[in-house]
Every structure is written in structure tokens, then in C-alpha cells.
Design a protein around this ligand. Structure first.
Ligand code: ARG
Length: 562
């Protein structure tokens, strides 16, 4: 659609004597809510000033002299010029998608540019809970979207693998843990002793001093503590990786906070040289009053570094290592101030790439309706959320399609996909409440519904066999409506990247599924004949490609059969 929009815009630009550029005009083109009004609409209000005529007059004047390949008819309605597209446009679109296949919608616009994405990043030995769903799937989706447009992407899991919590776990392990129990229980056991530490420390605050001492030993490189620390990370990572596998996620780097320990002094020194550091009640800070923000903490009273200090050192390291054009951080909006503060400090340090740091925040997630059991206190683990969904899917499959091959793998793809889809359906900044029944429904606005539509396309194509000809005969309104949705895929990808908003793709894939199911209801495919049959099969093929690519962009797998 983008090309056609540009063609229309170029024609209009000549008719309005350059009042606006073709690009500006293309961006003004809208999709009317009802296709009876046309397929594209140009609001003429913006031309009024330059042309000194009313939008209504402009629209009708433009109509009289407008002609453009791909447009069957232009009509003036109110201050709008409405276009009805030509059948040729629809045929050409289907043929383009079929011939480009998985490359449809991809581009090279990011070629030579590098984007670093910092996401997921759980705190080691603390539960990997549903609050991490957002950073994990939004982050990975943004990575896939950028890759789709040719960017080189580096996905970094900035593990929370440093800090006083390790002193607590080491202390707790020595008192109440054992190697055998940790080996058997994995990260759950670490969380158990961590939770116990907090309970016991309530009663006996001296434990906190013990924990601090253990952490200090760790900082000084105490061999035993270092070994424990490494072991705890290993155990946690093994657990996270199971969840990442279910989502099809791999990271390019697991350099966590500890990795930057030896990279901080240089940056602190630079802050000192630039005169940015002041002492505040013993702590070293950068005053940000001039920017209406509380100070950014760089060193604690005891001289130890903090979360922002490590982020600053990490950003410099990443710039030097990857020379990024953009470095994206995906975290809950609770951390927005933290990022605003240290981004500002990086700018004050004189790094001219400070404006290439992007924070992408998201809202909180809660769970209504059914309570999910968890063995680790009052948080809901991502792992438990996924396995509940997978079990429920398996039940449905066993009931409806017991003969299906690969039942387990399919249930996993659909169950995990359902949660991701449900989560990514709404704008990221909105707080969301999770409802398992809704997420798993096969006939709502859900992942299962969209995946099922994909499987339906695959099933039709397995019956018709592959057709290599060209679409030459599309006539039905529901065929046109479907092609129109398919033609918007490249635009949806661009909008999702522009707004750092995977939900654009989630909603888009639903539109494809809905338009396809309408077409499937209205038009016979298998029993149609000749050109009509061939064209419809090609339309199914094009739809299948677009659903698969769109779902892959939001971390959903597409089983061929459900
Ligand atoms: N570990 C942090 C948390 O769980 C998120 C880290 C985000 N990335 C960063 N570079 N600060 O809250």
C-alpha cells in the first residue's frame, strides 16, 4: 500500500502546486472506517491555507483532474477526497506477497545500523515473575522488528548479578542451605533461603550486618564467595533459559551488572574531572536540580557503587563495543526516573551519543480471576503462568483433536503464545490485568484464534497443493478487504518500530485473521474452478505468509496443525 500511497501523493502534489510534499501528503492518507466510502481518503483541510479555498472546494477540484494508476475512482465527500482502488492493485499485491514470501515487508532501511537492546534482565536468585513478562516479550519483539528492517541487533540480558542480595543469599546458604538441596531444588531453593533470610532478619537484625560482610568479601574477591556467586548465577540461568526456550528467545550477551565492576572507575573519574560530583550526606551524587530531577546516586557512603553507576559504565562499554545507533532499554515504568536521571548524567559527561539512549517503559501487570498457585510466596512466576496455560491447551487438544501429532509441542506453542499475545494486545504503557480464560479462548481476539487461522490456511494449501501461477481473478468484496489488510503489513512494521509498540503487530495480525475468516466464509476455495480457484489459493498462500511473519515478530510460533 505504501507505494500506491506515494504514487497518489505524487499526483496530488503536482495538483496542489507543491503546497505540501509528496511524503507529507502520503502521511495524510487515511483508511476510511467503511470501505463503501472508499479505500483511502485524503483530508483536504491542510491545503486550505496555501490554496485559499475551502477544503470542500479543494476536494472537488482535485477530483476533476485526478488520475492515477491503481485508483479506479476518486470521489469528493465533504472536505475529503476518497479513492476506490482498482482490481489491478489487489491482484498485484497478492502476486507480490506470493513471490516475495518471507521477504514481504522486510527492507534494508536499517542496513549498516546497529541497535542494542537491553531486556528481560532478571535479578539472579530472585523469582523470575510475571512482572518480567513485559520486558522479555516487548524487548524481544522490538529486536525482531528491527532485524526485519535490516538493523544489526544485539540482545543483552543485563542480569542483576551483583549487589547486596548476594551477601544475603550467601549468608542464608551457609546457615540454612546445602549443596544437595540447591542442586535438587534449583532456583526455587535459592528463593526459599532468600525469603527465609528476610524473615529471620526481621527478628535478628544482626543478620543484615553478616550479609553485608559476605557481600564485601565477595567484592574483595574472596574465593569461596566468588565460587558460590558463580554457582548461584549458573543455577538461575539454567532456569531462565527454559522460559526463553519456550519463547524462542536467545541473547547475544549475558553480561550482567557484575561485568561492569572494573569499568566504573574510569567513568567516575570523568564525572569528577567534569565537576559533576558533589557530596551529599556522605554519598556521592550528581545534582540534577536544574533538570527538575532528584540527584543521581553514584557512590554510597561506604564508597560502593550503585545501579545507575553500573548503567553508565555499561552504556559507555556498549557504545565502544558495538558503536550503536540506538541503545534501547525495556523496563517497567517504575524505572523511568532512573533512566531519565542517568541518561542526563551521560549527556553532562559530554558523550554526544546520549540522545541515542532510549527508555521504553511499560505498565504493571496483575492477575484477576483464577489465582495461580506458586510455591514461592506471593509472586506469580512466569514459568507457572506458562505451564498452567500449556496444560489447559493440552486438555483442549485432548478433547477436540486427540489424534493430533506433536500434541505437547503444539500445546506449548499455543499456551505460551496465548499469554504473550494477550499481553501484547494492549499498548505497552497501560496497566493490564490478566485473565487466563480470555487469553486461551479460540474465538476471541486471541493468540489461539490467530494461530488457528494460520493452521486453517496451511490445511487448505495442503489440500490444494502448491500453485505457482499468478492471481488474475479477484471479484468479491471480502477478497478485496483481505488483500487491503495484507497490503498494510509493511506499514504496520514501521509504525511498531516508530512507537516502540509491538501491540501494533498484535492488533494487525488479528485484523488479518478476521479478514481471512470473513473471506473463508464468503468464498468457496477448494470447490471453485479455473482462474478463480487459482487466485483464491494464492490469496490463502499470501495470508499464510503474512500471519506467520507477523506472529513471529511478536514471539509466537505457528504450528501447522492445531
Ligand atoms: N535487573 C533489573 C530489574 O529486574 C532490570 C535491569 C534493566 N536494565 C538496565 N540496564 N538497567 O529490575
Amino acid at each position: 500500500m505504501q507505494e500506491l500511497k506515494l504514487k497518489i501523493a505524487q499526483t496530488i502534489a503536482t495538483l496542489v502546486d507543491g503546497a505540501l510534499s509528496p511524503d507529507e501528503i502520503a502521511a495524510m492518507l487515511e483508511y476510511p472506517p467503511d470501505s463503501a466510502m472508499g479505500d483511502l481518503a485524503l483530508p483536504c483541510f491542510k491545503f486550505a491555507k496555501a490554496m485559499r479555498k475551502s477544503p470542500v472546494m479543494i476536494a472537488s477540484a482535485l477530483r476533476d483532474s485526478f488520475s492515477c494508476e491503481g485508483v479506479k475512482e476518486a470521489r469528493a465527500m465533504g472536505g475529503y477526497l476518497n479513492f476506490t482502488l482498482d482490481t489491478d492493485f489487489y491482484l498485484a499485491t497478492v502476486n507480490k506477497i506470493v513471490s516475495e514470501g518471507e521477504n514481504y515487508g522486510r527492507s534494508e532501511e536499517g542496513k549498516g545500523k546497529t541497535v542494542v537492546l537491553d531486556y528481560s534482565s532478571p535479578n539472579v536468585a530472585k523469582p523470575f515473575h510475571i512482572g518480567h513478562l513485559g520486558t522479555t516479550v516487548i524487548g524481544h519483539s522490538l529486536k525482531k522488528l528491527h532485524e526485519f528492517l535490516g538493523y544489526t541487533c544485539i540482545g543483552i540480558n543485563h542480569l542483576g548479578d551483583w549487589g547486596t542480595q548476594f551477601g544475603k543469599i550467601i549468608c542464608a546458604y551457609r546457615r540454612w542451605g546445602s549443596r544437595a538441596e540447591v542442586e535438587a531444588g534449583g532456583v526455587d531453593e535459592l528463593v526459599r533461603i532468600y525469603v527465609r533470610f528476610h524473615e529471620e532478619a526481621e527478628k535478628d537484625p544482626a543478620l543484615n550486618d553478616e550479609a553485608r560482610a559476605e557481600f564485601h568479601k565477595l567484592e574483595l574477591g574472596d574465593e569461596e564467595n566468588i565460587a558460590l556467586w558463580k554457582w548461584f548465577i549458573e543455577i538461575s540461568l539454567a532456569e531462565y533459559k527454559k522460559t526463553y526456550d519456550q519463547l524462542g528467545i536467545e541473547f547475544d550477551s549475558y553480561n550482567g551488572e557484575a561485568f561492569y565492576t572494573d569499568k566504573m572507575p574510569e567513568q567516575i573519574e570523568l564525572m569528577r574531572e567534569k565537576g559533576l560530583l558533589t557530596l551529599d550526606d556522605g554519598a556521592t551524587i550528581v545534582n540534577l536540580e536544574a533538570y527538575n530531577m532528584p540527584p543521581c546516586l553514584i557512590l554510597k557512603r561506604d564508597g560502593s557503587t550503585l545501579y545507575p553507576t553500573r548503567d553508565i559504565a555499561a552504556a559507555v562499554y556498549r557504545k565502544r563495543t558495538y558503536d550503536f545507533d540506538k541503545c534501547i532499554y525495556v523496563t517497567s515504568s517504575g524505572q523511568s526516573l532512573h533512566f531519565a536521571q542517568w541518561f542526563k548524567v551521560v549527556e553532562m559527561m559530554g558523550y554526544d551519543w546520549a540522545d541515542k539512549l532510549v527508555h521504553v517503559p511499560y505498565g504493571t501487570i496483575s492477575i484477576g480471576g483464577a489465582k495461580l498457585a506458586t510455591r514461592t510466596g506471593n509472586v506469580i512466576l512466569l514459568r507457572d503462568l506458562f505451564s498452567t496455560a500449556v496444560e489447559k491447551c493440552l486438555d483442549v487438544i485432548n478433547e477436540k483433536n486427540p489424534a493430533l501429532e506433536n500434541k505437547e509441542a503444539t500445546a506449548e506453542a499455543v499456551g505460551v503464545g496465548a499469554i504473550v499475545f494477550y499481553y501484547l494486545l494492549n499498548g505497552r504503557i497501560k496497566d493490564s490485568d490478566f485473565n487466563m480464560e480470555d487469553a486461551l479462548s479460540f474465538d476471541g481476539n486471541t493468540g489461539p484464534y490467530t494461530q488457528y487461522t494460520y493452521a486453517r490456511c496451511s490445511s487448505i494449501l495442503s489440500k490444494t497443493g502448491d500453485i505457482t501461477g499468478r492471481a488474475t481473478a479477484l471479484t468479491e468484496p471480502s477478497e478485496f478487504a483481505l488483500v487491503k489488510v495484507l497490503s498494510r503489513f509493511p506499514e504496520a512494521v514501521k509504525a511498531a518500530i516508530r512507537d516502540y509498540e509491538p501491540s501494533v503487530i498484535t492488533r494487525y495480525s488479528l485484523e488479518v485473521a478476521t479478514a481471512f475468516n470473513k473471506f473463508y466464509q464468503d468464498c468457496r476455495i477448494i470447490s471453485s474452478e479455473g482462474e478463480v480457484n487459482e487466485s483464491r489459493v494464492l490469496l490463502v498462500k499470501a495470508t499464510r505468509t503474512v500471519i506467520r511473519e507477523a506472529l513471529a515478530l511478536i514471539c509466537l510460533k505457528t504450528p501447522e496443525k492445531i
